[in-house]
Design a protein around this ligand. Structure first.
Ligand code: ADP
Ligand code: MG
Length: 450
């Protein structure tokens, strides 16, 4: 198992210490008889002091089940779960779980909510107050101590949840999709706060195990990505993240890793050439871009993200968007071409990369999108021609003339229109009216905004 070949140090320079979690051939089934579901099978996993491990995989692959076993809230039906080498009985006293939506007591203030978690541990009142204030300050809630949960935004409530979990000073912090119920900005700010607490070493937490369905988030935060698949839930890869903090979502190595994990989760059924068509120059072989405007692509993906199991029947979605099938078809085709969705048995299903896209910030979305379309031959060809040009500028007509060799004039124009719409969104190139040319974006506006 890759988990055994760990480096001595991880990339945040924390020495890797003792083994905290050790799952040995763990399996878990729910229910009896014909209704029996095997949620997990043959899980071998260790988590050491100093590690931030992310569990990734499709919905239903047993991520939450695994986390609950580690926290002692579920019992494995096969194999063994050891904590510091000892079998667990009952709830694991060394862990705290933070869930997607943190349950706060509505009748207690923010500060009282945090203190309440310390009371059962026998922490004295003075110390409870001290710790609560310190943690609230650390997660950026200074000044909100006496507010009530209903007065806070979702993001701030989740911060209280984190403060409460951290105040308990768990040796192992377990997180089950803790950011997924938050809006993009709150999620991003809370990720930042957590990384500061963790990397700054100002909390006694020795390891973090985080479930995520968001590949980008996992690559941003974790030292190791444990990728799972389902039926039954099992581990398919254990990948170290060798990027130093702070990480940048638009860096090539970052995007490559996101792509690699995406490929692992989706499996590669087609070669790139089949997937993306062949470049111009081999007449008659260029795969036409589906004519799908960016707004329609993002609209479909956002709709899928909200759907149960992130899948929707194609005809239903066409009806809902008041489209004919003919109108929605290129949009679905585009999301497939980009790897953001897949079509299965008449349904459109969001892929993990699609999830990462929807959950990303505006800039993160552009980056992911750019990473995908850079591989499309038509886009590659346009970008390549523009970079080779001294002024990074070539007339529209030149591109059109080249494409007319392959498409009808009308279709050549539409192909260029779509390429421009996508390229502009990805900030790869844009159109200059004065010279009627395509130009490379010299100063990507992405720079420095993050
Ligand atoms: P994930 O968190 O990766 O989405 P879960 O651990 O929630 O996966 O679920 C794994 C599988 O176990 C799913 O098929 C789910 O329906 C099933 N499952 C989870 N919890 C229960 C339960 N309490 N009773 C019966 N089946 C369950
Ligand atoms: Mg889950």
């Amino acid at each position: 198992m890759a988990g055994l070949n760990l480096n001595l140090k991880n990339n945040n320079d924390r020495a890797l210490g003792a083994e905290l979690v050790n799952l040995q051939n763990v399996g878990k089934s729910y229910g009896q008889g014909a209704k029996r579901i095997t949620a997990l099978h043959g899980i071998n996993l260790t988590v050491r002091e100093g590690e931030f491990v992310a569990l990734l995989g499709p919905s239903g692959c047993g991520k939450s089940t695994l986390l609950r076993i580690v926290a002692g809230l579920n019992i494995a039906t096969e194999g063994q779960m050891l904590y510091r080498g000892q079998p667990l009985s009952g709830v694991n006293p060394h862990t705290t779980i933070v869930f997607q939506a943190f349950a706060l007591y509505p009748w207690l203030t923010v500060q009282e909510n945090v203190e309440a978690a310390l009371e059962p541990l026998g922490v004295q009142k003075l110390e409870r107050t001290k710790r609560a204030l310190r943690l609230l300050d650390k997660v950026g809630l200074d000044g909100f101590e006496s507010a009530y949960p209903r007065e806070l935004s979702g993001g701030m409530r989740q911060k209280v949840g984190f403060a409460r979990a951290m105040a308990v000073e768990p040796e192992l912090l377990c997180l089950d999709e803790p950011f997924s119920a938050l809006d993009v900005l709150s999620a991003e700010s809370l990720r930042g706060e957590l990384m500061e607490l963790w990397l700054g070493g100002s909390v006694p937490t020795k390891a973090i195990l985080m479930v995520s369905h968001n590949i980008e988030e996992a690559v941003f935060m974790a030292d190791r990505l444990v990728v799972m698949d389902k039926n039954p839930g099992h581990i398919i890869a254990d990948i170290p993240v060798n990027l130093t903090h702070p990480r940048h979502r638009k860096e090539r190595t970052f995007l490559q890793l996101v792509d690699q994990v995406y490929g692992l989760i989706m499996g590669k059924t087609q070669t790139d050439a089949e997937e993306l068509g062949t470049p111009p120059g081999q007449p008659g072989q260029t795969r036409a871009l589906p004519h799908a405007p960016i707004s329609r692509i993002t609209g479909l993906l956002e709709r899928l993200r909200e759907a149960p199991h992130e899948r929707v029947d194609i005809y239903m979605i066409a009806g809902e968007l008041r489209d004919s099938y003919k109108e929605i078809e290129p949009v679905i085709e585009a999301t497939e071409l980009l790897g953001f969705a897949a079509v299965e048995a008449g349904d459109v299903v969001l892929t993990p990369l699609g999830q990462a896209f929807v959950d990303a910030s505006i800039l993160g979305r552009k980056e992911l999108f750019a990473g995908r379309i850079r591989r499309i031959p038509l886009i590659q060809w346009i970008s390549g021609m523009l970079s080779a040009d001294n002024d990074h500028r070539i007339e529209w007509d030149v591109f059109e003339a080249a494409l007319v060799l392959e498409f009808s004039r009308e279709e050549a124009t539409r192909q260029l229109d779509t390429a421009l719409d996508w390229g502009r969104y990805a900030e790869l190139f844009s159109y200059d009216k004065d010279t009627e040319s395509l130009v490379i974006d010299e100063e990507p506006s992405l720079e420095g905004v993050n």
